[in-house]
Design a protein. Structure first.
Length: 213
């Protein structure tokens, strides 16, 4: 679909991010292609994108939130790839950047602009349709000026973007099996040519780079 919107890790144990407000950095944007979603008993086909964050925060005891390997915990959120008036992605990005989109931005905003951007994530525990509890991002908020002034930590993960139109297969191979299967099942993946034969390149690379997040 190209990661311009308009008007997860591999194996190993997973440690969930605890509920609360956490400083985090967006380090991955993943094109999931068109996915089937169900809402109020009705199925829809919607282009989906995942934003993945590394968390730089502490627990209630003041201990850094890290994995057994000492790496930042990660958390992600899926969105319909749209900047329509009622789109959740648009609402979150405008809340995060503390301003609305211009008409020019709504005509085509490059999601690669959010890579490396810092945010305050509001995270809660919620029960899913399967009856299990999950930790979910409920809102993506700007970092307070006082925290920025004090200095933000150095990001840990390399900034990466996965675009089905021009897939980074090395990155794809790091995704969990469920994520790979979702992407492989999308019509965009089924219809694409091999990476070597792709002539158009990534759509977002064809656009100007001067749109600030």
């Amino acid at each position: 679909m190209g990661l311009t919107v308009k008007d997860t890790g591999g194996g190993g144990s997973f440690t969930p991010v605890p509920p609360g407000m956490h400083l985090a950095r967006c380090y991955r944007v993943i094109d999931m292609g068109t996915q089937t979603t169900t809402w109020q008993g009705k199925e829809k086909q919607q282009a989906k994108v995942m934003l993945q964050f590394e968390v730089h925060s502490e627990d209630v005891d003041g201990k850094a939130l890290v994995t057994d390997k000492g790496e930042p915990l990660s958390i992600s959120k899926n969105f319909t790839a749209s900047l329509g008036e009622k789109a959740a992605l648009r609402a979150e990005l405008e809340n995060w950047r503390s301003r609305g989109f211009t008409a020019d931005e709504l005509a085509g905003f490059q999601l690669k602009n959010i890579l490396g951007a810092w945010a305050m994530l509001s995270i809660v525990k919620e029960k899913g349709n399967d009856g299990k509890e999950y930790t979910n991002i409920t809102s993506i908020n700007p970092v307070p000026a006082s925290m920025k002034k004090a200095g933000l930590p150095e990001g840990r993960n390399e900034l990466k973007i996965f675009d089905i139109d021009n897939p980074d297969m090395a990155l794809f191979d790091t995704f969990g099996q469920r994520m790979r299967e979702k992407i492989e099942a999308s019509p965009e993946w089924q219809q694409r040519g091999s990476p070597a034969s792709s002539s158009g390149g990534s759509k977002f690379e064809d656009m100007t780079d001067d749109i600030p997040f």
